[in-house]
Design a protein around this ligand. Structure first.
Ligand code: ADP
Ligand code: MG
Length: 752
C-alpha cells in the first residue's frame, strides 16, 4: 500500500477525529477505507410527522422553526436545540458537543425558514419527540432543490462496526471526508486491469464509493460482490504463489525400488491381510509418481471416515524408506500418535523390527516421539531419528521442536491436518536437507471450496470408497428423557458385549461439577492441542442456560458400573486430563478387550481404530457438530460386525439441534454432512481461529455461499501468477498479499 492509502488519518482528518478511530485500529486512510459497513440502514420513504413512533428510524421533510446553541448548566458542554415543523406538528433536533463552537456549523445550516430532510431515531425528552444527532440534508446548501435533497436522503445509510466512543455516523463522516477527494490514481487496485476487463468488474475507487456512499441497494450489493471477489482473488494469488514457490524447491526424488529388488513396500503389499480398494490403488499410484519427482509433492488426501488413509500413507512412507529416506508422521494428539505407532508396527510386523533379532533383514523401525515421554525414552527416539535407524518417526507437535533432527527426512505426513497450521507444516519441512515431500490427510471430508481456501496450496486426492466387507453403521436418536429407551440402550450394550464386541460411551464433559458455559468449550477443553478447524461451536449460543447440564465422563462411568444390565462388565474411562501413560493404558485395555465399555470424551474422535468396537452411545449428541459426530461414529462398524450409533439427545423436537442429529442418523455420506455442517455455522468457526481473529483475513467472503466466487478467483489468480510468478507487473497485488501475510503472521504470533 502506497500513496494516499498509506497516509495517516491524523494528518488527513486532524488528531481530534483520528484519535478515536485509532481505538478501532484504524490508523491510515487505507484502514478506514477497508472498514466496510456491517449493513445498511434503509431511510425508507418520508414519514408523516403525525406518525412518529418512539424508537423508529424516520426521515421527515420539514421547515426549521428555530435553532439556538446554549451551554448546559447541569453538565459541562453545549447543546444545540432546533425545532422543525411540517406546519402542524413539531419535532425537536438535539446536538451535543463539548464546546459551543463545535455546534456553530450546524447552527449556520439550520437557518429558520429553510427546508431540509432529517433522518434519525425518534426518542422522547420531557414529553417532546426528538431526533438526537440526526443526519440531515438542507435544501439550498447540501442539495439544490427539494428533489435532490430527497435523493440524497433516500440513499442507504451505511452502518459501520462502531464503538460507544466512535458511533457509526462519525465513522461515516470520516469515510466521506477521506473518500470524496480521492481520484482513481490514488487508490491501488490489487485486481489487475485485464482481470477486471474480462470479468466486467468496476475499479477499486468506484467500488469503495459504491460500498461507502451507495446511491441505492443495487450499488452497494455490486460493490460488496466485487470486494468479495477481490478478497478471494488476493487469497488465491497468495496460494498460487505458494504452490509455485514450493514447486520450484528442490526435493530428493524417491522412486520405487525396481521389481525384484528387496523392498519394504513390496513386502508389505504381500503381507497385507486385505486387498487394497480401487481408490487406495489409484491414489497410491499418484503418490508413487509424485514421490519420484525431484520436486516436493504437495498433496492433500481427504477421505471418508474409515476409507483406509493410514495404509495409503504407510505405502508412501515405505517407498521413501526404500529409496533411503525417512518419513515423519505428525498427529494432533498423543492418543492418536501412540495409536498410529501401534498400528504401523502391527501392519509392518517383522518389517518394523529392522536390526533386531527376528526382524526382517532390510526392515526399519517405528519411533514414537511425544511431549510427555520420559527423558530416557525421548533421548532414544531422538537418537533413532537422527541416526536414521527409525525409518518412521511418529509424533505430536513435539516433532516440531528444533532439537529433533532427522538423518534424511524425505516425507512428512500430517494426519488430521485441521489442527495444524501452515506454520507448523513449514517447521517440519524445514527439517529436511532438501524440501521433504508432503502428504496432508484430513480427518473429515471437506467441501471443495473449503479445500480451496484452507488448503489451497495443495493438490487434492479423495478416497470416497470404504473397503467392502464392512457391515456399516446404523444410527438412531434416543430421547434422553425417555427412561425406557435409555434402559433399552444399556440392554443393547450388554448384548453386544456378550457377543464379543466393545462399546464406546461418549460424553462432552470430564467432571460433572465443572461449571462450563456450554458444550462447545466442554468439547474443546479436552483437546491436547490447538483448536480444531472443523469442530463444533454450539450452534445455539445463549441457550445453554436453560438446558440440563452436560453429561460428564466421571459421572457416567460410575453410573454405568451400577447399572444392572451391565453387571460384571469392566467400564474404563479416557479423557484429556489423564496422564499420557494412563491414556495409553486405557486405550490398550480397551483394544485388548480387558475393558469392554469405554466412557470417554471426544479424545477418541479422530482416527482411533478398534475393530471390535461395534456400539457408540453419544450423550448430548445435539450439542456436537455434524462433522464431529460423523467422525465419532466412524469409530464403530469398522470390522465385519455391523455398527450401531445411539445418539442420546435432549434437543426439543423441531429445533435446529434436533434437525442436526436427525440428519446424522439419516445419512452416512461424510461429504454431504460436511457441507450441511458448514451451512449451519459461521465462517469463523469453519476457518479456525487464525481466520476469524480481530483483523480477520476473510472480511466479506463466505466459504459456502461464495463457492463460485472462490472458484473463479482461483482460476484468474492461477493465470496471473503463471504468466508473472513474481507479480512484478502487479505491485498492488503484491502489496495486498504482503499485507495479508502480515496479518496472518501477527495472528499466529498472538496465538502462540
Ligand atoms: P481412516 O481413513 O478413517 O483413517 P483407517 O486408515 O484407520 O481409516 O482404516 C480403517 C480400517 O480399515 C483399518 O482397520 C484398516 O486396517 C482397514 N483397511 C484399510 N484398507 C482396507 C482395505 N482395502 N480392505 C479392508 N480393510 C482395510
Ligand atoms: Mg485415520
Amino acid at each position: 500500500m502506497t500513496g494516499r492509502e498509506a497516509e495517516a488519518l491524523a494528518k488527513v482528518l486532524g488528531a481530534r477525529s483520528a484519535t478515536p478511530l485509532a481505538k478501532l485500529g484504524l490508523e491510515t486512510v487505507g484502514d478506514l477505507l477497508r472498514h466496510y459497513p456491517r449493513r445498511y440502514g434503509d431511510p425508507g420513504t418520508l414519514t408523516d410527522m403525525d406518525r412518529l413512533a418512539l424508537g423508529e428510524h424516520v426521515t421527515v421533510m420539514a421547515r426549521v422553526a428555530r435553532a439556538s446553541v446554549r451551554t448546559m448548566r447541569a453538565r459541562s458542554g453545549a447543546l444545540l436545540q432546533a425545532v422543525v415543523t411540517d406546519g402542524r406538528h413539531e419535532l425537536a433536533l438535539t446536538f451535543f458537543a463539548k464546546r459551543p463552537g463545535a455546534l456553530r456549523p450546524h447552527e449556520e445550516k439550520l437557518k429558520p425558514q429553510s427546508v431540509g430532510l432529517f433522518t434519525g431515531v425518534v426518542s422522547e425528552y420531557r414529553g417532546t419527540r426528538q431526533l438526537t444527532h440526526p443526519d440531515y440534508v438542507m435544501v439550498g446548501i447540501d442539495a439544490d432543490d427539494e428533489e435532490s435533497a430527497m435523493f440524497e436522503a433516500s440513499r442507504p445509510i451505511p452502518i459501520y462496526p462502531a464503538s460507544s466512543s466512535v458511533p457509526s455516523w462519525r465513522i461515516q463522516r470520516a469515510v466521506r471526508t477521506v473518500l470524496d477527494p480521492l481520484r482513481a490514481d490514488d487508490v491501488e487496485d490489487p485486481v489487475p486491469v485485464e482481470v477486471r476487463a474480462r470479468l466486467g468488474l468496476a475499479g477499486r475507487l468506484d467500488t469503495l464509493r459504491a460500498v461507502h456512499t451507495p446511491a441505492d441497494k443495487e450499488s452497494w450489493a455490486k460493490g460488496r460482490d466485487r470486494l468479495r471477489f477481490e478478497e478471494a482473488f488476493v487469497l488465491q494469488a497468495a496460494l498460487a504463489q505458494r504452490r509455485a514457490r514450493a514447486a520450484e524447491q528442490e526435493a530428493t526424488a524417491r522412486p520405487p525400488r525396481p521389481v525384484g529388488e528387496p523392498s519394504l513396500l513390496a513386502d508389505l503389499d504381500a503381507a497385507l491381510p486385505f486387498d487394497l480398494t480401487q481408490g487406495q490403488l489409484s491414489v497410491g499410484e499418484d503418490l508413487a509418481r509424485e514421490l519420484s519427482e525431484p520436486r516436493p509433492m504437495q498433496r492433500l488426501l481427504q477421505g471418508e471416515v474409515g476409507s483406509g488413509k493410514t495404509v495409503v500413507a504407510l505405502r508412501a512412507m515405505l517407498q521413501v524408506i526404500d529409496a533411503g529416506g525417512q518419513a515423519a508422521l505428525l498427529a494432533p494428539t498423543e492418543v492418536l500418535a501412540a495409536q498410529h505407532a501401534r498400528t504401523l508396527r502391527l501392519l509392518l510386523g517383522p518389517l518394523a523390527e529392522g536390526g533386531l533379532l527376528g526382524g526382517a533383514e532390510h526392515g526399519t523401525q517405528v519411533a514414537l516421539l511425544t511431549g510427555s515421554l520420559g527423558a530416557a525414552a525421548r533421548k532414544k527416539a531422538m537418537l533413532q531419528a537422527a541416526s536414521g535407524e527409525a525409518g518412521i518417526v511418529v509424533g505430536t507437535h513435539a516433532l516440531l521442536s528444533e532439537k529433533v533432527q532427522f538423518a534424511d527426512l524425505g516425507l512428512v505426513v500430517v494426519d488430521e491436518q485441521h489442527r495444524f497450521g501452515v506454520e507448523q507444516r513449514d517447521a517440519l519441512r524445514a527439517k529436511g536437507r532438501t524440501a521433504p515431500h508432503l502428504l496432508v490427510m484430513t480427518a473429515t471430508p471437506i467441501p471443495r471450496t473449503v479445500a480451496m481456501t484452507v488448503f489451497g496450496d495443495l493438490e487434492t486426492s479423495s478416497l470416497t470408497q470404504v473397503p467392502s466387507g464392512r457391515a456399516g453403521t446404523t444410527s438412531h436418536v434416543v430421547p434422553a428423557d425417555n427412561p425406557r429407551w435409555m434402559e433399552r440402550t444399556w440392554t443393547r450394550v450388554r448384548e453386544e458385549v456378550d457377543a464379543g464386541h466393545r462399546v464406546y460411551v461418549v460424553c462432552p464433559r470430564i467432571h460433572p461439577d465443572e461449571d462450563l458455559p456450554d458444550g462447545s468449550s466442554a468439547a474443546r477443553q479436552d483437546f491436547d492441542d490447538v483448536p480444531d478447524l472443523l469442530e463444533l461451536v454450539d450452534a445455539e449460543p445463549g441457550r445453554s442456560g436453560d438446558r440440563a447440564p452436560l453429561r460428564a465422563v466421571l459421572e457416567v462411568a460410575p453410573m454405568l458400573r451400577e447399572t444392572p444390565a451391565l453387571a460384571g462388565l469392566e467400564v474404563g474411562v479416557l479423557h484429556g486430563q489423564m496422564a499420557p501413560a494412563d491414556k495409553e493404558a486405557a486405550m490398550a485395555a480397551f483394544a485388548a478387550g480387558e475393558v469392554q465399555v469405554l466412557v470417554s470424551t471426544t479424545v477418541i474422535e479422530v482416527g482411533v481404530d478398534v475393530p471390535e468396537a461395534t456400539v457408540m452411545v453419544i450423550f448430548d449428541a445435539d450439542r456436537f457438530g455434524l462433522s464431529q459426530l460423523h467422525q465419532l461414529r466412524g469409530r464403530v462398524g469398522r470390522g465385519a460386525a455391523a455398527g450401531l450409533c445411539l445418539l442420546v439427545s435432549t434437543a426439543q423436537p423441531g429445533s435446529p439441534a434436533a434437525a442436526r442429529v436427525e440428519a446424522l442418523a439419516e445419512t452416512t455420506d461424510g461429504f454431504r454432512l460436511a457441507t450441511l455442517d458448514l451451512e449451519l455455522r459461521s465462517e469463523g468457526d469453519v476457518l479456525g481461529a487464525a481466520q476469524s481473529g480481530r483483523s480477520s483475513s476473510l472480511r466479506l467472503l463466505r466459504v459456502v455461499q461464495d463457492a463460485d466466487v472462490i472458484a473463479r478467483a482461483r482460476r484468474e489468480a492461477a493465470d496471473v501468477v503463471a504468466s508473472d510468478p513474481g507479480l512484478d507487473q502487479q505491485p498492488a497485488l503484491r502489496a495486498a498479499i504482503a499485507a495479508r501475510l502480515d496479518e496472518e503472521q501477527e495472528e499466529f504470533l498472538e496465538r502462540a
